[in-house]
Design a binder for this molecule. Sequence first.
Ligand code: 2B7
Length: 638
Amino acid sequence: MTATVAKAPKYDASSIQVLEGLEAVRRRPGMYIGSTDERGLHHLVHEIVDNSVDEALGGHCDHVRITIAADGVVTVQDNGRGIPVDKHPKMNKSALEVIMTVLHAGGKFGGGGYKVSGGLHGVGASVVNALSEWMRVDVRRGGKLYSQEYARGVPTTKVRQIGDVPAGEHGTTVAFKADDTIFTGGLNYNFEALTQWLRETAYLTKGLRITLVDERSDREMTFYFEGGIVSFVRHLNRNRNVVQDRPFYVSKDTPACLVEVALQYNDSYGESTHTFANNISTVDGGTHLSGFKAALTRTINEYAKKNGFLKGDESLSGEDVREGLTAIVSIKLQEPQFEGQTKAKLGNAEVAGAVQAVVNEALGAYLEENPQIARRVIEKCVNASRAREAARKARELVQRKGGLDSFSLPGKLADCTERDPEQAELYIVEGDSAGGSAKQGRDRRFQAILPLRGKILNVEKARLDKILQNNEIRTLITALGTSVGDQFDPSKLRYHRVIIMTDADVDGSHIRTLLLTFFFRHLEQIVIDGHLYIAQPPLYRVKAGKKEIWTYTEREREEAVKELGERAEIQRYKGLGEMNPDQLWDTTMDPTKRTLRQVTIDDAVAADETFDMLMGAAVPPRKKFIQTHAREVVNLDV
Ligand code: 2B7
C-alpha cells in the first residue's frame, strides 16, 4: 500500500489542537496506554477491537476479524454500521477524521448504550493512530467505500470515496502499523495473549464472532459463544460434575447498570467466581461482587428456611453457599470507577444494590420454579456447613488433646536445641531410613528432623476435617507450631527454614508435590514469607582415589569425570537412604555447601491451577499464571 503524500496542511484552530493532542500522546504514551512494552502494544489492539465490540453490544455487528501480518501491520475489520463520514458541523471536518485524530472525541459520538471502549484506559482510536507510523481506515457505508490514511496520527489524505460496495454491505476496517520508535521492543504481538483476551471478550459479548488470523505463523482461531456467559460457566465447569444441568442465568437493565449473572454448582469444594465491568476483568472484585454475594447468601437462606432445610436458628454462611460454585458476574455501566492499586476493583457504590436486587429476585424465582435443583443445591450447602462445623470441632478436639500445639511435639520429631525460629531449620524427610541418616548426620543445635512415612493424603480432594484425620499431616502441623484453618497463626512458626527433602525419583517428586499442595492450600503465608525450601541432594558421586566430587546435574558429572580422569568411579544416588549420615551432611545439609531452592508464589490464582492440574480434577485455565518453580538460592547461609 502506498500512502498519498499530504498536501501542505491548512492550519486552523482545530488542527492546531489536534497536533497538540497527538504530540502529548507521543511524548507520554505510558499515560495513555500504560506502557510501551508488549502489554502496551496489545493495548492498541484492544482499543480498536473495543470499538467493534461496542458496535456488537448495540446489536449492529456480529463479526470482527483481526489479522496480524508478517510486517507487523494489524488489521481489524467489523461488519458494523461503518464510522460516519459526513461533516462534523462544529469541526468542519468529516466525523471519521475527527474520531481518528481528536483526543477523546470518542465520547461525543454514537451516544447511548453501554460502551466497553470507555473502560480502563478507554483512550480511543486517536491514541492508537498517534502511536502508529501508519494507519488506514476504510468505511463501507451507504453503498460506498470511503478511506483515509494517516502517519503518526496526522492525515496524509482527505476522507475520500474510493469505490462502491454491494448493497447491504457495511462496516469499518482499521489497519495500523505501530510506531517502532515508540514500541522499541519490536512489534511482537503474542498470539496466546491475544487469543486469551479475545476468548474472554467473546464470552462476554453474546453472539459476536471473533476471528484472529496470525499470518506470521499461519494460525487462525475463531471464538463464538451463542450462550455468552452461560457458555463461559459451562466452559469453566467442563471437567466437573455439575449439580444442575443448565446454569442459572439472569440479564436485566437497571437505572444503575446492566446486570448479567450466570452460575452453576459442581461437586467440588472450591469456588470460582469471575467478575467483569464493561468487559474488563475485575480480579479484585468490588461492588458488583459484594452485591452478588449478599444476594446469594440471602436468597438461599430464605428458601432453605421456608422449605424446612434448616432447623431452628441454623443458617448458611457465605462460604457455605459458595462451596462448589462457578459464577460469572458481568455488568455494563455508564461511568465505571476502577479502584485500588491495580485498578481491578469496581468502586461504583450504586452497583451493589442493583446487582443484589436483580439476583435476589431472579434466583428466588428460579429456586421456586426448580424445586429439584433447589433441593440439590441446598443439600450441598447444608453439607458444606456441617463439614465446616465438624472441622472446627475436630480441630478443637485435637487441640484440647494437645494434638496441634507445640506442647505435645510428636515423638517422631527429632527437635533441635535452638529455640529462636530465625536460626532453626526443619527438615521434612521422606521415609524412616532416610530420616535415620538425617538424624545422625544433622547439626542438632539448629536442625530438626521430621520423618514422614509413606504418602500423605492428597489434600486437594478433601476438606479440612478429613485432612486433619491424617496422622502425617497432624504431626507436621504440630511440629510447625502454626496450627491451621481459622486458628492458623504464621507468627508461631517454629522454624524459619522448612526444608522438604525427598528422593530424586518419581515417588519423591510425588510426595514433594503433595506437601507443596498442602502448604499452598492451607499454610500459604509460610510460602509467601519465604520459609519453604526444597533440598537438593546430589545425583552422582564421582570418585578417583581419595578425591571425590558430588554432582547435582548430568553436566557437572561430565565435568567431574574430565577432572578426575576416565578411570573415575561413578556412583548414582537414587535415594537419600543410600547415603550414610556423613555423606548426607556433606552434600545436602551442611549450610556452607548445600544448595536450597526457595519455593515462591508469584500468583496465588495460578498456583491453584497448577495444583489442580497436578492433583485434582482438571480445571479451566485462569487468567493469572504462577511460578511454582522455585528460585535458586545457592549457599544460602554463606
Ligand atoms: C465512539 C466512536 C469511536 N463509531 C460510530 C458508528 C459505528 C462505528 C463506530 C466502529 C474498529 C475496527 C474495525 C454510530 C464510535 C464511532 O459512530 S466505530 N463502528 N467500528 C470500529 O471502530 N471498529 C456509528 C451511529 C451510526 N452509524 C455508525
